[in-house]
Design a protein around this ligand. Structure first.
Ligand SMILES: [Zn+2]
Length: 217
């Protein structure tokens, strides 16, 4: 896939802003210093829609804005060279669902990996881990079986840091990262998003009663 240049991102975003009724003014100070178009587009989108003064509206609009200007929302995945306790098993075929989880606590991706190993698992159970700061970390490779959902480990598992039974709202950065990752997975696999608790025979409150499940679908 060819990434658009910063100039192209800017032009498309500015065009979009001008076409709005009333037109949105885009002034100087737009930060296009980032090399990866993702953060650049997000920064730009944020500045364009900022006048709404509603963080929720603004952040929800970011992927939509990118879609309108014809760009894919691509998450930046942080890779790790995990040491697995045993060789990973291979998933077969297309995953039937993308399953979202919450961590039910806080801690780094490395801490999740170490914890899962300590309880006898091969390593981190999820394919992706999204921190409260909005970093997307690779857990298991997508070709591997997960260890996150009883009977459904052939699904892609995405875990959000935090306990969303207690935590009432998701930080903007984490929400944006989650939306970008899920949009990318849905585009590539074309399958629905489920919450862990929705899976038959899984008795859990995960991903928590305050988790923005509707928005993530
Ligand atoms: Zn879960």
């Amino acid at each position: 896939m060819t990434l658009p240049t910063n100039q192209q991102v800017k032009r498309a975003m500015v065009d979009y802003a001008r076409k709005q009724q009333p037109p949105i003014k885009v002034g100087p100070g737009i930060n296009l210093a980032n090399n990866a178009w993702g953060p650049a587009a997000r920064t730009l989108a944020w500045r364009i829609t900022r006048r709404a003064k509603d963080v929720k509206t603004t952040t929800r609009k970011t992927p939509e804005l990118c879609r309108l200007v014809g760009f894919k929302v691509v998450p930046i995945v942080i890779e790790h060279d995990w040491k697995w306790a045993r060789p990973l098993g291979r998933r077969a075929g297309k995953p039937p669902f993308i399953i979202v989880h919450n961590q039910a606590g806080t801690g780094t991706t490395a801490a999740v990996h170490a914890y899962h190993k300590s309880i006898g698992m091969v390593g981190i159970a999820y394919h992706f881990h999204i921190t409260l700061e909005g970093e997307v970390h690779r857990g298991r490779p997508e070709w591997a079986m997960g260890g996150h959902t009883l009977y459904y480990n052939h699904c892609i598992g995405v875990c959000f840091e935090g306990n969303y039974d207690i935590r009432k709202s998701m930080p903007r950065a984490q929400r944006e990262a989650g939306l970008a990752l899920i949009a990318d997975l849905k585009r590539r696999y074309g399958v629905p998003v489920k919450g862990h608790r929705e899976m038959p025979l899984n008795s859990t409150s995960c991903p928590g009663k305050h988790f923005p499940l509707k928005e993530m679908r």
